[in-house]
Design a binder for this molecule. Structure first.
Ligand code: E4P
Length: 215
């Protein structure tokens, strides 16, 4: 499974890239606003520090405007793909952009039916939001399994990005269900590294090593 980081923070991206595990970056308007910048500026900065796919969200609401904005975002750097929110206009825009070789990440996916339509329109990625489904009392990870099954039944080339990840368990479920990608916040990536038994083991080895040195 590919690992993307879900952030617009340059230090976090640099840090995770230095671990040697980074396959991509997803941003959204809220993440960009948190950094006090704008999407074109920030995705250009990200593209200058990492050589991986980067999602940049278009904010237009009409298909023709989405197409124009999508072309502008994609022109910033070859690694940039265009995030569009699931709706009729974005399906139309996806058809056009994908036919021009511009990758679309269809975002705000909350049902397998939406994912099916996005894949048929030519989206390169679909992003089901696991955590936000959990927030309303649904099993977010059920949706991942449904989409993986539908895509494999019909051989759709779209990649499933498990998004709105809130903890390591979401990542594990995405991986066991066969998602192509999980886009993971920085704090969850840190949580994935550590285990109390690993920390305990390191401390014990250090203690024993110090003891053996004294002999
Ligand atoms: C996906 O690409 C989105 O940026 C993201 O995963 C949204 O997650 P949230 O529900 O934590 O805002």
């Amino acid at each position: 499974m590919k690992i993307f980081i879900d952030t617009a923070n340059l230090d976090m991206i640099k840090e995770i890239n230095s671990w040697g595990i980074l396959d991509g970056v997803t941003t959204n308007p809220s993440l960009i606003a948190k950094e006090g910048t704008d999407t074109p500026t920030r995705v250009k900065e990200i593209a200058a520090i990492v050589d991986v796919p980067i999602s940049a969200e278009a904010m237009s609401l009409k298909a023709e405007d989405m197409i124009k904005e999508g072309r502008e975002l994609a022109a910033i750097h070859p690694n940039i793909n265009v995030k569009l929110p699931m709706c009729i206009d974005s399906l139309k825009a996806t058809k056009v952009l994908s036919s021009e070789g511009i990758d679309v990440n269809m975002t705000l996916i909350f049902s397998a039916q939406q994912a099916l339509l996005a894949a048929k329109a030519g989206a390169r990625y679909v992003s089901p939001f696991v955590g936000r489904l959990d927030d309303i009392g649904a099993y977010g990870t059920d949706l991942l399994g449904q989409i993986v099954t539908v895509f494999s039944n019909y051989g759709f080339r779209a990649e499933v990005i498990a998004a709105s990840i809130r903890g390591p368990i979401h990542v594990l479920e995405a991986a066991t269900l066969g998602c192509d990608i999980a886009t993971i916040p920085y704090n969850v990536l840190l949580q994935m590294v550590s285990h109390p038994k690993t920390d305990e083991g390191i401390q014990n080895f250090i203690k024993d090593y110090e003891k053996s040195k004294k002999k």
